[in-house]
Design a protein around this ligand. Sequence first.
Ligand SMILES: C[S@@+](CC[C@H](N)C(=O)[O-])C[C@H]1O[C@@H](n2cnc3c(N)ncnc32)[C@H](O)[C@@H]1O
Length: 349
Amino acid sequence: MNYIGSKYSLIDFLKESINKTLMNHKETRMPENMVFADLFAGTGVVSGSFKTMGYSIIANDIQYYSYVLSKHMIENNGNLDKNRCLKLINILNELDGVEGFIYKNYSYGGTLGQDVRRMYFSDENAQQCDAIRLEIENWKNSKFINLNEYYFLLGSLINSIDKYANTALVYGAYLKKFKKKAIKKMCLESLPTMAGKVHCEVYNEDAMTLIDRIHGDIMYLDPPYNHRQYCSNYHLLETIAKYDNPIIHGKTGLRNCNEQKSIFCVKEKALPALEYLIKKAQFKYIFMSYNNEGIIDKNDIAKLMQQYGEYEVYEKGYTRFKADKDANRKHKADKTIEYLHCLIKNKGE
Ligand SMILES: C[S@@+](CC[C@H](N)C(=O)[O-])C[C@H]1O[C@@H](n2cnc3c(N)ncnc32)[C@H](O)[C@@H]1O
């Protein structure tokens, strides 16, 4: 899934850097005996990949669609019947469309007669999305599927529908003409299941409150790095995941997401929030991804971490995620420097 700040293309860099730090500090425990917590899990790609290395995982994100993805990626440990999953996916792909919430509010046909004609999905794909979403919920309520299958199917829907959205990647706006991919008929595709055998937990909370109740060995932080709130940029994925018929407003049909606004998107609050997490953390190793365009200065992160223990930083240049048209972008550089800040926290802090 294309996601702002996704670490998909940086996984090797993260793994190598984290392993190097553990080796430099003579860590003797194997991953099977360690807990890795990913407090800003997003697509779940980082925790998913550390899960395959054998770590026990704690994954968390304030967005519900992310929770759904992680419930599948992290908690489903090869416990799904592959043939049955395939059959379920095939049944869902064959459903007739339904004129439900997504069609009525986010497609051109469905918004006929309304003040705003929205074009987030083709009429056909919006109806298909409604039909699939409703059937997944019916199956759960009638106990035709168990919760593992529920999150697998819902995660697969979120991941699939995103590919057919008529947007320039995020849902802050829709395109005024349908792009090629958006008019193709949606195909529901299975999310892969990641192998891993140890204990995993997934939360849907603000990291600032969850931090009090978790402990482990490695804490990985990948907070938003600028003012762009994920709740606004991915509001439609949130609504498809929750399917809670929210009151929506404005040209883009935004749901109210005041509760999900992140403190890490506010320049004056981001650094004190980071300090709070570090201070409270009951983890020996703390790693934080951030890039050179973030609202917290690299040197401020370094200064802060140095107060709590031993500090080092890794860096890598990479091609950045383009969320909007080149002309609208504030940062025109295609290359960005990605930092991995590391803190080996002193005991007793
Ligand atoms: C940079 S993205 C993480 C990307 C993720 N590492 C990946 O590779 O997919 C930041 C994530 O932090 C989440 N987030 C923002 N503020 C949060 C908070 N206070 N508590 C928990 N999650 C938060 C956002 O919803 C978003 O998914």
